[in-house]
Design a protein around this ligand. Sequence first.
Ligand code: C5P
Length: 416
Amino acid sequence: MFVVVGVTGGIAAYKTVHLVRRLIAEGHDVHVVPTEDALRFVGLPTWEAISRNTVTTSVHEDVATVRHVSLGQRADLVIVAPATANTLAKMAAGLADDLLGTTLLATAAPVVVAPAMHTQMWWHAATQANMRVLRERGVHVVGPADGPLTGGDTGPGRMSEPDEIADAALALVRGEAPARVPVPAPDPARDGDLAGLRVVVTAGGTREPLDPVRFLGNRSSGRQGVALALAAADRGAEVTLIAAHIEGEVIAAARGRVTLATVGTAAQLQDAVTDAASIADVVVMAAAVADYRPAETAGTKLTKEVTGGRLVLELVENPDIVAGLAADRRPGQTIVAFAAETTSDDEMLARARRKRARKDVDLLVVNEVGWERGFETADNEVMIIDRSGEVTAQASGSKRLVADAVWDAVVVARPL
Ligand code: C5P
């Protein structure tokens, strides 16, 4: 098999020597394409000796063979290991200012990347957004692994072991189970940082009954709220999860890990959260609460025989629960609200700032929702606004990743 191994400028480049040796040992024709920076870590002679093929980095070398596209065209598999944050950003943008860039654009072969960088760089919203683009485009991701990093820190960011990368890449080409996209283990820096805190999370969507069989509801699945509850539990908090209409499979992971209360209507949610908040240090209102409820709930089904050809419903406003909690908050209690918006313009931020002030919450998590965004999906994209109205954090990725970003913001916002 014709395998291109892209090597970019990270210390883990030395481990890629083993990856190339393994591929050669298994009889593959391996062509190493290092970036200029990668050669500062492992020199060109090493790559040539080990791969037994000519190695170049620039599109201006070996021009007669049209090398800048021929490597990509001939490849059956492309592996980029280590893939630095910079290279992943270049790949997401489709930049081609060196031989690796042109090769990646010219190939139709499966592409496997093994990210390697410092934890903060991995968690940065820009890197996470780039990873999302690459995954959507079919790039397979191996790692990063969790463990000690250069400089003494630990966390997700280590390049996966060469054998793991080779196993995943070769399985992919053989058409076996696609290379898994491992979720990085939780950041150990967050380990126990919520210990001793009692937190309440509301999740899901309320339903306001019209009659015994119908209700006014919304599309909230509760996934973000459940992710928030689990992230807090993982980080050491004592968690109460108040769940409104969350499917069994979504809530299953939280069972046994949090105190669970289930509610139906906004009024029931208000009672449950007010009760739980009386002893809580943090309240996160992730539930989608109905703003209005029917003025009357019919005791029997509203049949067409009774309602005729036109049905006018009268709705009355529900109390703003989170505003009520904030007005009566315990000293030192941190309150977080969510705002689901259907526009992404500047007006969204202005509206979010007004909402934070109106409800007097410490943090407002704004996410854009729509028919295909935010609801019922595995991923989310949010901005977090603090009391000053500043966007203190942005997060994009899995709902767990967003949950951790919210708790990070809570840790910063908590009074000392
Ligand atoms: O005003 P809006 O509905 O956009 O605010 C959303 C936030 O307020 C969410 O945190 C939600 O849980 C909360 N909310 C509430 N009571 C309501 C409506 C929304 O606490 N009646």
